[in-house]
Design a protein around this ligand. Structure first.
Ligand SMILES: [Zn+2]
Length: 553
């Protein structure tokens, strides 16, 4: 079947196309060259409309136990947010922590065609993938969490051969079907269980004697040498702590040029000036990012309203329980190897702290120069539910709107922020980089995030409306692998996305020591711990896309 998308304005940064009017041809789910004299089976007239690749969310919590806890813990998040079934779609509910099926429909209805779960604990990988299999419409992938697990910390503290550590990292990719490696509060989740309540970059874990710096440098180097495209994905030390801008500086400088992705940087950009000892560190962080080309970030923007924070960082989430709204929370250990904290949160524009968090996120967006190294996220659902993205895009593209919103927040927060003086407005081209081309390049997704020949025909078409929130809320058409899945912001066809993984080479000899370790310390045997491809393929329900790695030493 040959499909022609005629006359749209194309924004395809990976191929340098900035608003040019041209046609796109699709056959068998892929974008193809202009064919010679062939009959077109379906044509869509896109004159005056904006065409981009399907959007990619590189950091959104869509699978794994903590979402299930959030859903269980917050019946108030279900009420008033019920979604009925239709002939096509199934019922669901939820605003901050929507049910799996609803999550998939809502992403597709906003023009997203791929989503990545950034905190898959290896011991929970099976459950995370099962849950993601229940999210329809979008491609997905997951980042396996290392950095607080006992096997790795033993390796590091015993100064084991770096090659063995690399093998363990690569083994983890295979065993958990991951596309990247994540570290959450490096060593801190473990240190919390040894009664430490903070762990800064150069502080020692009292039991293992290693520091977050050791952990980050070792794992970043391992990921790089294994040839995995996405750099080590890091939720740093001291999340949410005033003054953590210093921690962020130390973390960036510790890398000494090694690649690193710092996630939800907004929560790591706090200074201690002013009467309340809480101020914006955005300008300092932006200067650091602008000066360090080895660092990429996503923002983790806070937007006002009810949400639910969910994180592997049990140390910092324990600190956040004081602010829980409604007043309930769960902090738990997982298999002695990791943790999890789920704390409902209501961000209020009249709260000084929340208002300043909002402003800090926007300052970062506007002060960081290179859109290829900054990705648009709310760290769903931590800063806000992902359904707020169109509102966030308008804040970035429309200075008048942004300044109107700035008038509504806590006056002291507005007064202490430089936001009102920032003139920058993002262009459609920059939005396309930040929400498509950038994440695809960073994650090493060769066939997503662009509209060149050979790309998957994941294509989103918008009406070019002056109100960018309205525009990005309801795409006219969304295609997934060449099939029309959304029309006028509503699902018209339900599909299942692929699971993207990376499979770096390693020496299988590591399994000898791992097997023994599992027998001594784990509740499951090593062979049962590892996921098989067939669990994701699930009789044809799912599919696996192996993205290339290129070993570099
Ligand atoms: Zn996150």
């Amino acid at each position: 079947m040959l499909i022609k998308l005629t006359g749209g304005k194309i924004y395809d940064p990976e191929n340098g196309t900035n608003g040019e009017v041209r046609d796109i041809y699709v056959r068998d789910g892929k974008i193809i060259e202009t064919p010679l004299d062939e009959r077109v089976d379906a044509e869509y007239g896109l004159q005056g409309r904006v065409v981009m690749a399907g959007a990619i969310d590189p950091h959104t919590h869509i699978g794994g136990g903590k979402l299930t806890i959030g859903r269980l813990m917050m019946p108030e998040d279900h009420r008033g947010h019920e979604v009925s079934h239709t002939n096509l779609t199934r019922a669901g509910c939820g605003h901050a922590v929507p049910s799996t099926l609803t999550t998939g429909y809502r992403y597709a209805e906003m023009g997203y065609t791929a989503c990545f779960e950034p905190a898959m604990l290896p011991a929970n990988a099976r459950q995370a993938h099962i849950e993601m299999a229940d999210v329809p419409m979008v491609d997905k992938g997951a980042f396996a969490m290392l950095g607080s697990d006992d096997f790795f910390l033993r390796q590091l503290s015993q100064s084991q051969d770096f090659e063995a550590i690399k093998d363990y990292v690569a083994w983890t990719f295979h065993a958990t079907k991951a596309i990247a490696i994540k570290v959450v509060n490096p060593g801190g989740i473990s240190a919390f269980k040894f009664n430490q309540r903070a762990l800064d970059v150069d502080e020692k874990h009292t039991h293992y004697g290693v520091t977050p710096r050791d952990i980050l440098v070792t794992l970043s180097r391992a990921v790089k040498e294994l040839g995995v495209t996405h750099p080590l994905h890091v939720h740093g030390c001291n999340l949410g702590v005033p003054g953590n801008v210093e921690t962020t500086r130390k973390t960036i400088e510790a890398m000494d040029g090694l690649p690193l992705h710092l996630t939800h940087i907004q929560f790591h950009s706090y200074d201690t000036e002013g009467d309340r000892k809480f101020s914006s560190g955005a300008a300092r962080v932006a200067e650091l990012i602008n000066g360090h080309k080895n660092i990429s970030i996503d923002v983790g923007q806070v937007l006002f309203g009810q949400t639910c924070t969910a994180s592997g960082d049990s140390m910092r989430q324990y600190g956040n329980t004081k602010a829980a709204s409604p007043k309930k929370w769960v902090i738990m250990d997982i298999e002695c190897d990791a943790g999890c904290g789920v704390v409902p949160m209501k961000y209020r524009d009249k709260s000084f702290v929340n208002a300043l968090q909002w402003a800090i996120g926007l300052e970062l967006f506007l002060l960081i120069d290179d859109p290829w190294r900054i990705f648009l996220t709310t760290d769903h659902p931590n800063g806000a539910p992902f359904t707020c993205y169109p509102h966030l895009i308008r804040l970035l593209m429309d200075r008048g709107f942004r300044n109107d919103m700035l008038q509504k927040i806590h006056p002291d927060a507005a007064a202490s922020s430089i936001l009102g003086s920032l003139d920058r407005e993002y262009s459609l081209y920059e939005i396309a980089i930040m929400t498509r081309a950038g994440p695809a390049r960073s994650l090493g997704l060769k066939d997503l995030g662009h509209l060149g020949v050979g790309a998957n025909a994941d294509i989103t078409v918008y009406e070019d409306l002056p109100d960018r929130e309205e525009m990005f809320t309801r795409p006219v058409f969304v295609f997934k692998n060449g099939e029309l899945i959304v029309r006028s912001g509503k699902v018209v066809h339900v599909v299942q996305g692929a699971t993207h993984v990376a499979r770096p080479d390693f020496d299988g000899g590591i399994e000898k020591s791992l097997k023994k370790y599992f027998e001594s310390y784990h509740t499951v045997a090593m062979d049962n711990f590892k996921l098989g491809d067939e669990e994701i393929l699930n009789g044809g329900q799912g599919s696996i896309k192996v993205q290339p790695v290129s070993a570099r030493v």
